[in-house]
Design a protein around this ligand. Structure first.
Ligand SMILES: Nc1nc2c(ncn2[C@@H]2O[C@H](COP(=O)(O)OP(=O)(O)OP(=O)(O)O)[C@@H](O)[C@H]2O)c(=O)[nH]1
Ligand SMILES: [Mg+2]
Length: 306
């Protein structure tokens, strides 16, 4: 399956609830006040934020200019409007600094560890040598969970004992990545609430200690967000970005949610580039973000009449 289809596939639940209902309420005809109101309701239900919804509605209202339109036309316009809000990340530097260091952060259960494994798999299939840093020293079983994933992906892990200082693990892992000639170092961290000061301080320390090696570290910090979180992802983004500069987002579990519309608001409000989207539990189920595919995934054709 191509990447485009994987993103669309992952958004099937969101798309079905959006497109089916839009087709049902709209039928054919004018985009009058009642139709706009119904459309507003559907977009809000898909967890597109209020301001974003207003902007989308204004966009389609202006395009329609009172003419009769079909629901197909309306969906095509919605996809075009949605695409405007979505930000793709900058391409990775070429050549990558060696080792290229990526830090994964986020609240508990967001999908950090599985995303680390999936990205390790992505890089190993490109022939790159990958090392993982087991910096979740907090949750019992977290290190062995990462090790299980690492063996599936065929990569090594640097770990300390449970309860060790996460910053020390990161520091040692970087030294190990250098010594072993690794191309990529992926740092898994413990889940933490952005509202817990002591845990955020631990994260700050991890970055500070890593920078003793090189002030450019980490090269990329990705906030992992559970797609089911919907609008609640906004405070997470604010909380984490206040502590560590974020380079992008990973939105996971899109396959299990009808709230895929929240990504529009995240991307619009924070101009946050989305690096990857998770669409399942397997190693291959993480795909590079593509805004066209995402917009089509929300409002695209395939679900029509489904
Ligand atoms: N369906 C689906 N499940 C996912 C996806 N990403 C992660 N999961 C599942 O979500 C659950 C939590 O994933 P983890 O990777 O352990 O999350 P975490 O952020 O490392 O969790 P903590 O370390 O406890 O903070 C696991 O059961 C994963 O299989 C996805 O894209 N789709
Ligand atoms: Mg984890």
């Amino acid at each position: 399956m191509g990447l485009f289809d994987k993103i669309r596939g992952g958004l099937a639940r969101t798309r079905q609830s959006l497109t089916r209902e839009i087709q049902a309420v709209f039928g054919k005809g004018k985009l009058d006040a009642a139709a706009l109101e119904a459309l507003e309701e559907k977009l809000l239900a898909a967890d597109v934020g209020f301001d974003t919804v207003q902007q989308i509605l204004e966009g389609v209202r202006v395009r329609a200019r009172g003419q009769e339109i079909t629901s197909e036309q309306l969906l095509a316009w919605l996809a075009e409007e949605a695409r405007e809000f979505l930000h793709e990340p900058k391409p990775l530097p070429d050549p990558l600094p060696k080792p290229y260091v990526v830090l994964f952060i986020g609240v508990n259960g967001a999908g950090k560890t599985t995303s680390v494994a999936k990205i390790a798999h992505h890089f190993t299939t490109q022939g790159k040598k990958v090392l993982l840093a087991a910096c979740d020293t907090f949750r019992a079983g977290a290190v062995s969970q990462l090790e299980t994933w690492a063996s599936r992906a065929g990569v090594e892990v640097v770990k300390h004992q449970d309860g060790a200082d996460a910053a020390a693990v990161a520091y040692d892992a970087y030294a190990a990545a250098l010594a072993r000639g690794c191309d990529v170092l992926l740092i898994d961290t413990a889940g933490r609430l952005h509202t817990k000061d002591n845990l955020m301080e631990e994260l700050r320390k991890l970055v500070r200690v890593l920078r003793k090696h090189d002030a450019a570290l980490p090269h990329e910090t990705l906030l992992v967000i559970d797609g089911n979180t919907g609008q609640n992802a906004l405070p997470q983004f604010k909380g984490f970005s206040a502590v560590v500069p974020l380079d992008g987002l990973i939105v996971t579990k899109l396959d299990g949610t009808a709230k895929g519309g929240a990504v529009l608001t995240l991307s619009r409000e924070f101009k946050a580039p989305i690096r990857w989207v998770g669409v399942g539990e397997g190693l291959d189920d993480l795909v590079p973000f593509d805004r066209e595919a995402y917009a089509q995934g929300l409002f695209g054709e395939e679900a029509r009449g489904a």
